[in-house]
Ligand binder design. Structure first.
Ligand SMILES: [Zn+2]
Length: 246
């Protein structure tokens, strides 16, 4: 497809022959690999070094078009002159960085002491956006672990949660994706996750309910099979929530 955008910077210079936009080149790579690229999928493996900067220019150009379609005078309104660039940067490197950037490095260690008591980490702040309206989902998350053969540092749970949630999501799927990533990293015998979040598509628009939150949880492994372990997990989280006044 030929570019209709005026700025040559938004094209990949290695691909001038096909004259494709960088987003099209990345999309073709993903399609050729037969991989899904929904809003809450990470696509970092398909973005080569230096291409994110080109994508940033393409997205900024599209955001500028959006502002123009909203009949905002981006040429003369000093408040919105740089908005397109800011929004593009914010999407690719901050609020949706979990799509475009690789997972933060997490080193796991062997569980030498054979720890098998459960522990919980939380509350961990989670920031996301709903896939339907691209407005914020803000909340907290608790993770419970019954260790298996590998352990990871406590702060790593927050880093991985931040990476997973920094994508457009629906809350139910975000929790499942986070559970999958934690299972990959430390192969726990049991895993439980609870997320409590407020959705700005309910607060800011739509029904405009300012105080409604959504809580959902997932339990896997021993937490699923052993009822007393599951109860212990929820009890520990309740204590953490009370201590933190949430
Ligand atoms: Zn929404």
């Amino acid at each position: 497809m030929t570019s209709t955008l005026p700025n040559d910077n938004i094209k990949n210079f290695d691909d001038q022959i096909t004259n494709k936009l960088i987003s099209e080149i990345i999309r073709d790579r993903i399609k050729n690999a037969g991989i899904r690229f929904s809003a809450n999928d990470n696509i970092a493996d398909f973005i080569n070094h230096g291409e994110l900067e080109i994508l940033e220019k393409e997205v900024a150009s599209r955001v500028k078009d959006l502002l123009k379609s909203l009949v905002i005078d981006v040429e003369n309104d000093h408040n919105t002159q740089e908005t397109a660039e800011r929004v593009s940067k914010m999407y690719l490197n901050e609020v949706f960085k979990g799509r475009y950037h690789e997972q933060p490095k997490v080193t796991s260690f062997p569980n030498d002491k054979n720890l098998d008591e459960i522990y919980t980490v939380g509350p961990i702040s989670v920031r996301s956006a709903c896939s339907h309206h691209l407005v914020p989902i803000l909340g907290e998350c608790w993770i419970g672990i019954k260790p298996g053969n590998k352990v990871i540092g406590l702060s790593k749970f927050a880093r991985v949660a931040d990476w997973v949630f920094s994508r457009p999501h629906i809350q139910e799927e975000a929790v499942m994706i986070l559970a999958d990533e934690i299972e990959k990293l430390c192969e726990p015998k049991g895993l439980g996750i609870i997320v409590k979040a407020q959705h700005y598509c309910m607060k800011w628009r739509g029904v405009k309910e300012p105080n409604t939150s959504m809580i959902n949880s997932i339990v896997r492994g021993d937490f699923r099979h052993d009822l007393s372990l599951k109860q212990e997990f929820f009890e520990l989280v309740k204590q953490q929530s009370a201590t933190n006044n949430y």
